[in-house]
Each structure stands twice: as C-alpha cells, then as structure tokens.
Ligand binder design. Structure first.
Ligand code: NAD
Ligand code: UD1
Length: 338
C-alpha cells in the first residue's frame, strides 16, 4: 500500500528536495508550511517537477488544531519534521523565538502525532550538536554540546525525542544530523535562494558568481587546516534528500529508530570550494581574507559509516556536481526575478 508522508517545512530548501525524492520513490506526500522562509512559487515548481498535483497546507506547526485537522483529513503513515528557524546569528538575537518555534514546534507535533496514533518520525538535526567537535571525522558517539541558541534548540529537540522514545516503544524516530547541505536539484527548478545577504558560504559564493554581490569575505586563513581556511563536509541536497527516504524505509523495516550523520566524510576548504565554483560557473569569484567568524570551528566532517551500515546511505554527488547544480539554479532564479 502507498505510504503517505507529512513534510512539515516541506516548501523549504531541504524539504522541497525531499518532496522530489519521496515522489520518485513512490510515496504520497502532504506538505505543511507556514511560508515564513519559503518562496510562494515552490508548490508550483514542485508540481512541474513531479508532473502531478501537490497537496500543500499553509499552517504553523505550533497550531495544534491545524495539525489535528491534517491527521484527521489524511491517512498519514509518517512525518518528516523540517520546519524550524535556522539562522545562527538571528538565534543569538532572538533566543525565545527560536526555542518556541523549534522546541515548541516539535513538542506540538509529537503530541498531535501521538493523538493520531502516528509514531514514525524523521527529525532534521544538525552537526551543530557536536559543537566544536573534538573527534575528526566525527562519529555519532562524539560528545554533544552547543555554541548558540539555534544549536541548543536542536540539542533539546534530540533529548526530547530520546525521552519520548524511551517512554513508549511505539515510537520509531530517525534523527538525522546534517553536515553542510549545498547545491540544487538537477532540474534547475528548485534550490536555495536566501533573501538578502546569505550567512552560509555556498549561497554567498553563488551570489558573487551571478553578480548580485561584489566580493566574498573568507572568514580566516590562519586555521590549522591545509590552506588555513575552514574545512567543511559539503553534501549535495539531493543526496541528503535520499537519506530521508532511506531513513523512512529503515523505520518501516526495523520498527526502531536511529541517530545518524548525513555527510560525505570528505572535507573541503573555503578556498577549494571557491575554486570549484569558479570552474563550474566559468566565472571569476573575487574574495578577500577577513577575520575569523566567532563560533566557527576549523574543521568539521562526518564519519558516515553508521549511515552506510544502518540505512545503506552513500553520497553520489561530488563537489563539482554541488557547484554546477547550484550555478544552474542561480541563473534560473535570477532570470525569474529579472
Ligand atoms: P528552510 O528555512 O529552507 O526550510 C524550513 C521550512 O520550514 C521553511 O519553508 C519555513 O517556511 C518552514 N517553517 C519554519 N517555521 C515553521 C513553523 N513554525 N510552521 C510551519 N512551517 C515553518 O531550511 P532548510 O535549510 O530546508 O532546513 C530544514 C531543516 O533542516 C531545519 O530544521 C534546519 O534547522 C535543519 N538543518 C538545516 C541545515 C542547512 O544547512 N540548511 C543544516 C542542518 C540542519
Ligand atoms: C553554519 C552554522 C551551523 C549551521 C550551518 C547550516 C555557524 C557558526 N554555524 O555552519 O550551526 O548548522 O551553518 O546552516 O554559523 N565562510 C566564509 N565566508 C562566508 C561564509 C562562510 O569564509 O561568507 C566560511 C566559514 O567560516 C566556514 C565555511 O565557510 O569555514 C562554511 O560556513 P557556513 O556555510 O556558514 O557553514 P558552517 O559554519 O559550517
């Protein structure tokens, strides 16, 4: 029987790519999003991509009555919970908003799931829960910590999930710790297009390449890394999306949950990423060396072996693919806004 999955935050960057992966894998999907950080045309783009009508509910995960209606109207088998606020800097300025949205959203959702008898959940966590990781590559057993309210909210969510699962064996929850998702769908129809000045490296580089921003600041060139710039485990968003399909299948198959890293296990420096993007776009990317950004680790990359063993997860796309798909998407997004 076809399984139906509810995606909270499904109109966002990772959620929209996961929608595409789930439809490809034969799932029915319902999206719930309040559009606080999603473009209004994402549902239309997803319809074109999937070649079929899409079910989108505009609602907030904090709205328990709206959630109850969704569970009453649809035979939902599992939920993937993407809906959250994700800007580290904003979380420092507005910690209560982050706790309410990210922690309150999870609690409200899990209560509604419990009331509806739905116990399969995949949760978007982050490598940020490792804080400044002491172990590289970082396994899931590494000590957990946080350096800002956003990271704290994810850690609290993981703890709430662990306590809830321990309280009732009907729950099966996949906690996915993403490393650095980048790139765009190969169709060029969906991708990441943050409003204003991006906080993260790849969208910033993309905006410099396309001419929307003049120059990139490289935050520090004196880290203990091969070229002195920060090293991260960039993972193509479509590989990440596939990880969600595999997580759902593992929950269905095993009836128990898992906590896994989703990364490639390979780190690239800021300068390597700039060079790769310049090659993929055939554009010069002007950059200047700037001071370190507070709270940044020198290096972060995953030990991906548990995801391989438990889910059969293997990243397919390389750094060139990440840059190339981002570039195609950026040009399409720019054309659409011109
Ligand atoms: P995104 O902002 O593009 O997507 C989040 C979606 O959730 C948006 O469409 C937004 O409108 C929606 N949303 C936010 N609050 C909501 C609420 N209260 N009710 C309903 N909808 C709400 O972000 P993303 O990059 O797709 O991230 C998805 C998830 O993955 C988040 O939980 C984020 O914390 C996590 N994550 C992201 C990254 C990353 O680098 N992008 C890394 C690690 C973890
Ligand atoms: C950041 C967040 C992390 C969050 C993740 C995904 C911080 C400290 N960490 O991770 O919690 O989960 O985004 O949203 O904010 N860089 C530049 N110039 C730029 C931007 C970034 O040199 O304009 C460098 C950074 O110093 C870092 C690398 O690029 O070395 C990657 O940065 P970024 O894309 O922001 O990701 P993270 O810092 O890993």
């Amino acid at each position: 029987m076809t399984q139906c999955v509810l995606l909270t935050g499904g109109a966002g960057y990772i959620g929209s790519h996961t929608y595409a992966a789930l439809v490809d894998a034969g799932y029915d999907v319902v999206i719930l999003d309040n559009f606080s950080n999603a473009a209004r045309d994402v549902p239309n783009r997803l319809e074109v991509l999937a070649g079929r009508g899409i079910h989108v509910i505009e609602a907030d995960v904090l709205d328990r009555a709206a959630l109850d209606t969704v569970f009453a109207d649809h035979r939902i088998d599992a939920v993937i919970h993407f809906a959250a606020l994700k800007s580290v800097g904003e979380s420092v300025r507005k910690p209560l908003v982050y706790m309410q949205n990210n922690v309150g959203g999870l609690v409200t959702l899990m209560q509604a799931m419990e009331a509806a008898g739905v116990y399969r959940l995949v949760f978007s966590s982050s490598a940020t829960v490792y804080g400044e990781a002491e172990q590289l590559p970082t396994p899931e057993t590494a000590p957990l910590s946080y350096g800002n309210p956003y990271g704290h909210s994810k850690l609290i969510c993981e703890q709430i999930i662990a306590e809830t699962v321990a309280s009732d064996p009907r729950w099966a929850v996949g906690v996915l710790r993403y490393f650095n998702p980048v790139g765009a769908h190969t169709s060029g129809l969906i991708g990441e297009d943050p409003a204003g000045v991006p906080d993260n490296l790849m969208p910033y580089v993309a905006k410099v390449a396309v001419g929307e921003l003049p120059v990139l600041s490289v935050f520090g060139d004196d880290y203990p890394t091969p070229d002195g710039t920060g090293v991260r485990d960039y993972i193509h968003v479509s590989d990440l999306a596939e990880g969600h399909v595999l997580s759902l299948k593992a929950l269905e198959r095993d009836g128990t949950g898992h906590v896994v890293n989703l990364g490639t296990g390979r780190g690239y420096s800021v300068l390597e990423l700039i060079a790769a993007y310049a090659r993929a776009s055939n554009r010069h990317i002007p950059y200047k060396i700037a001071p370190r950004r507070a709270g940044d680790a020198a290096s972060s990359y995953a030990d991906p072996s548990r995801a391989r063993a438990l889910l059969g997860f293997e990243a397919k796309y390389d750094l060139h693919d990440m840059c190339r798909t981002s570039w195609v998407w950026m040009q399409n997004a720019k054309k659409a806004s011109d």
